[in-house]
Design a protein around this ligand. Structure first.
Ligand code: HEM
Ligand code: HEM
Length: 132
């Protein structure tokens, strides 16, 4: 599997573990205050990151492009800013709202980069055996 897919899946599973823990905590306490942090940690963190990882695994020619790494870094940075800020905002720290907004915009920028990757032309990778 390409390195970029490994990175996306490692990020995704960390998000899922934290997202599930948050869900369990909500379920057990009966306090659903952090519902949006839980939903987006699972959907932006686990589901979307896994889809990105799967896409690059299916398109190895695109996985080695610099744009793929830029996509990973920008998107993941967005998650790291957005999700903890959202969690603590839902717990009452309303002053964190601008940080949630900035993180969301960075996430959006990451997805725009992914759109560029999707629409970019795929260059065929010639297997080593055929090159020789
Ligand atoms: C151990 C597993 C999980 C537990 C215990 C759990 C628990 C919860 C709880 C207690 C809520 C609040 C429900 C409400 O107040 O209406 C919730 C909402 C939600 N969860 Fe989970 N969850 C789990 C896994 C997941 C996963 C894996 C995803 C997505 C891939 C997910 C997506 C969502 C979404 C989108 C909402 C918001 C639903 C709405 O707006 O009505 N959850 N979850
Ligand atoms: C930059 C990205 C995103 C932003 C800024 C965003 C923003 C929001 C906002 C403001 C809400 C309403 C929350 C509330 O009523 O308390 C919401 C709810 C929701 N969003 Fe997103 N969203 C994003 C991405 C996504 C993605 C990619 C998915 C699915 C794959 C998703 C699924 C949901 C769901 C299921 C809900 C209802 C659950 C809840 O109440 O938290 N969102 N989102």
């Amino acid at each position: 599997m390409p390195q970029i897919s490994q990175l996306f899946f490692k990020t995704a599973i960390i998000c899922l573990l934290i997202g599930l823990a948050m869900g369990l905590q909500m379920g057990m306490s009966g306090n659903h205050t952090v519902i949006a942090a839980h939903a987006h940690l699972n959907l932006l963190g686990w589901v979307s990151s896994s889809i990105f990882g799967g896409y690059y695994a299916l398109n190895p020619a695109k996985a080695v492009k610099r744009m793929a790494m830029v996509h990973y870094v920008v998107y993941t940075l967005g998650l790291i800013v957005m999700l903890p800020a959202l969690y603590f905002m839902e717990l009452g720290n309303v002053q964190l709202e601008p940080l949630v907004g900035i993180g969301s915009l960075v996430v959006f920028a990451g997805v725009l980069i992914f759109a560029v990757v999707i629409f970019s032309k795929e260059i065929a990778v010639i297997p080593e055996a055929r090159r020789a």
